[in-house]
Ligand binder design. Structure first.
Ligand code: ZN
Length: 63
């Protein structure tokens, strides 16, 4: 069975497996809307807007 993408409930990072590589949280949901890829959070307007401070793929909205 393939791992399913989940969005971390704490930091919204999208991850596969059992825990979030960004905050080590284990609570994820597969009910999320939209994805953004943050490469340079310092210079990304979208990252500032969403409050993301690290790089990676994040969900825009959790349900
Ligand atoms: Zn997280």
């Amino acid at each position: 069975m393939a791992n399913k993408e989940k969005a971390c409930k704490h930091c919204k990072m999208i991850f596969e497996g059992t825990s979030c590589p960004n905050c080590q949280g284990t609570e994820g949901t597969d009910s999320f809307k939209g994805k953004i890829t943050v490469i340079d959070s310092e210079n990304s307007e979208l990252a500032k807007h969403t409050g993301i401070k690290s790089k990676g793929i994040f969900a825009l909205r959790l349900r």
